[in-house]
Ligand binder design. Structure first.
Ligand code: UT7
Length: 330
């Protein structure tokens, strides 16, 4: 039983300044603007400079989210960062952001759930707020996949961009219509090898050999996970709707993970939701992993597409394999 309800107070996002478009990639690997646009829907993506890292993007996104809310800095009482490309293996990127924000003594930790990280973090933050343990949880999705990209692998190097998005999960007042209605997270570890950064951990510690074999970069069998991405996001979305006695028609905006426009269109078609109700910004950012959903939500709010009171369905899929969805009234 929950003591309280949790709501999203605001969103904020940030992407690095450097923009790489499909024509730039034509100069690096054997690819074309036409292939990338028609197979993925992507046209450009943002990449960090040599000196930028995950916590720099996360800090800026967090600042933007705090400034867009009524929440004061000192009211934030937990920080969760979802990332697979943190500044270091440890300490956590959440701790680095905590220090940059000057929020000393606020607990902070990272979670690893690939591109589903933001949804996993929301699921966790909701419980802290609902059980009364925390009042304002800063949740960040940040990834810098350009730093772990194999620039000789055209199957993956054209797909990824860098970015960060943040939200504040706050205790809802009884008068608030905004609240997180329900969340659902799931995983299937048997397919973990299909999307993996194999080396650099305790299984294959960094060595000259692992570097020579490019094992510190993203390996993905994209076509093997394409169908399960649609299937899993559809199943979790439908399950959430069913257990809340709602249909897809009740949802004002679907905000899916931005991995591939064809996956997004496939999901919308199965849900029987018109693309006019689906938030898409993949053409500008590519796949920013755990940042795609908060980046897309923040942009849509700032463009006055999403308004207070709208029903949102967030849904994602990623390494693990993991997937999950969040149903909320913004
Ligand atoms: O975010 C986490 C979860 N990730 C996903 O959900 C990604 C899911 N997968 C996908 O989005 C798609 O599978 C990709 C975009 C990764 C690939 O698209 P695809 O339509 O599944 O292509 P494919 O891997 O089946 O490759 C088709 C052809 C191959 O050539 P052949 O063997 O038919 O001659 C590839 O070598 O396209 C070729 N290809 C390219 N050609 C030009 C692959 N990448 C490129 C490229 N430029 N960048």
């Amino acid at each position: 039983m929950s003591l309280y309800r949790a709501k999203l107070s605001s969103f904020g996002s940030h992407a690095p300044a450097k923009i790489v478009n499909n024509f730039d990639l034509e100069k690096i690997v054997d690819t074309t603007d036409e292939w990338i646009r028609t197979r993925t829907g992507m046209f450009e993506r943002h990449h960090c400079s040599e000196t930028e890292a995950a916590s720099d993007l996360a800090y800026q996104a967090a600042l933007n989210a705090i400034q867009a809310s009524q929440v004061r800095f000192k009211e934030i009482d937990l920080i969760i960062a979802a990332t697979v490309t943190g500044d270091h293996a440890f300490p956590s990127t959440a701790c680095i952001v905590q220090h940059k924000l000057g929020l000393n003594h606020v607990p902070a930790f990272d979670i690893s759930a690939g591109c589903t990280g933001f949804v996993y973090a929301l699921d966790m933050a909701k419980q802290y707020v609902e059980n009364g343990t925390k009042n304002h949880v800063l949740v960040i999705g940040v990834d810098v996949l350009s730093k772990i990209t194999n620039w000789e692998d055209r199957n993956t190097c054209v797909l990824f961009g860098d970015g960060a998005g943040a939200t504040i999960v706050s205790r809802a007042e009884s008068s608030d219509i905004s609240h997180i209605m329900d969340t659902l997270i799931d995983a299937d570890g048997s397919m973990g090898d299909l999307l993996i950064q194999a080396a650099g951990g305790s299984r294959q510690p960094a060595s000259h050999e692992t570097v020579d074999q490019n094992l510190h970069t993203v390996y993905m069998e994209g076509n093997k996970i394409f169908k399960s991405a649609i299937r899993s996001m559809y199943a979790s979305t439908m399950e959430l709707l069913k257990r809340n006695k709602m249909t897809a028609e009740d949802v004002d905006w679907v905000i899916p993970h931005q991995a591939n426009l064809r996956i997004i269109e496939g999901l919308a078609s199965k849900l029987k939701v018109p693309m006019s109700k689906v938030i898409v910004n993949i053409e500008k950012y590519g796949n920013t992993s755990s940042a795609t959903i908060p980046l897309a939500a923040d942009e849509a709010i700032r463009n006055n597409k999403i308004r207070r009171g709208d029903i949102l369905m967030l849904t994602s899929f990623g390494a693990g394999l993991t997937w999950g969805s969040v149903l909320l009234r913004y």
